[in-house]
Design a protein around this ligand. Sequence first.
Ligand code: XMP
Length: 326
Amino acid sequence: TWTMVNIVDEQVERIRAEVGTKRVICGLSGGVDSAVAGALVQRAVGNQLTCVFVDHGLLRKGEAEQVEKDFVAATGASLKVVDAQERFLAALAGVGDPEEKRKIIGREFIRVFEQAAREVVAEGGAAGEEVEFLVQGTLYPDVVESGGGTGTANIKSHHNVGGLPDDLQFTLVEPLRELFKDEVRRVGEELGLPTEMVWRQPFPGPGLGIRIIGEVTRERLDVLREADAIARQELTRAGLDRDIWQCPVVLLADVRSVGVQGDGRTYGHPVVLRPVSSEDAMTADWSRLPYDVLATISNRITNEVREINRVTLDVTSKPPGTIEWE
Ligand code: XMP
């Protein structure tokens, strides 16, 4: 942790020098990077920062609460929560096509965030300081991938916030630009962020919306959330979190099969477990999970989630299969 303390101190100094007395806004996604970036900026400039969390209703069980309660408790950050669940459900109603879902979720997200950012800007600071900075959780591999390289890692990017309109532009603060993922996690621990948040496995921006094959509805989201929570719990209990890259649980919402649960026949839905091992998500292999862990997950899901009467395992590598089903 000695080096982590140094990284935190160094970044805190840099952020202070960069931001001065201006105000800063940070969008939290529920993921590791935005949380750690936000926590660093909070440590540096305290109440000059306002965090914004758009709750689109597509996160996993407990994740919205983690942002709203645990992140705030750990950092003391001021947080604006936008409950946009109804709005996202309405926009997704009747849509089954994967690309269409992604487009809708991305579009709604930027609209809701834009509105929230305008409100934060309009509210102003105690002394009326303007909001000039936006925090982004860009990591070193992202910088390299986009051609930035080490030499430019300290250069601020101006007015290039994708998706926001021209009259609502910020200067970026990117305190994770020199860090790899494992370093980001250790900085997060150093800053006292919740363990589940810091060690969260990769999770797609469109969230559970692309893990429901078929239309996204509130009921289907609730069913998937429960099944997903059980799978995560059991994988954690079995000590497998660091062995597997991620394990999407996919609800085949338009497929039904006959089952027998309790006293009677049921006509429920299957879920697919998609545990994969990977280095970088470009290629992946299906994880050979122990049979007893699979059995426990299957028993618990079919016992505890009434709508699900079948648990199946995806044994496809990538390629040819992608990690997500949509
Ligand atoms: P695929 O399914 O393409 O996924 O093998 C590779 C990795 O990317 C994640 N993923 C996404 N992440 N927005 C994201 O932020 C997305 O739209 C998206 N789609 C896939 C996926 O979870 C896996 O880690």
